[in-house]
Design a protein around this ligand. Sequence first.
Ligand code: ACM
Length: 262
Amino acid sequence: MKVGYIQTSPIFGEKQQNFDNIDLIISKTKADILVLPELFATGYTFSSRKEVAALAESVEGKTAGFLKNLAKKTNALIIGGYIENYNGKIYNSAMIVSKEGVLGNYRKIHLYYKENLWFEHGDMPLKVFKFKEFTLGVMICFDWFFPETARSLALLGADIIAHPSNLVLPYCQDAMVTRCLENKVYAITSNRVGVERRGGDSFKFTGKSQITSYNGEILSSAPRSETFIDIVDIELGEVRDKSINAYNHIFKDRKVEFYKNK
Ligand code: ACM
């Protein structure tokens, strides 16, 4: 199957322009899965809750409409981040959209830095989404810092983790090698590029979107500061066999009785 990402450079607050720029990047791309960055339509560096609320939408809003059209044009299942308004509560979310419409929604659990001022923490348990022949998990950016996120998705049966991101720290791309190895899953980290200076903060987003294989191999790595699109071919056979050799199995060998939970 063909999976990929679009690395974008969003203009703060300019949803339509950001949609149009993605339409230019995709050209005649076809894929099974395409991942877009976290908050790809709005930008990331907010200065007030009011500003965040003004850019928020329901899961049936303008961004969902754009993603549905993108799914039609590319034939892909699209995963992209947006600001969700659900009954007046604002979340940093990602929706999963096919040409039929929205199939699922994930609300970021681990909020980074001032996201804690702007958003509610995700309030729903991690879950996976079955689509065609694959099972998909979704986590957003800083969720990678907590190994429990990818582990939970793998234990739930994820073959592939879609990982919309707005990375500002330099560690994630390397860390995803370990996340994928220890869970025997693929991951598609879609990052953004560019600089945002707003509300007293200045972020330089790190680009280098990455597709990481279950064996730690990096199948695609985007440039650090340019927009980019890439699609690679992957096979799902190996990710469904969680043994490492005849004696070791990444799930059955866990010694949960010795782990301190909570
Ligand atoms: C982040 O979670 N966007 C750093």
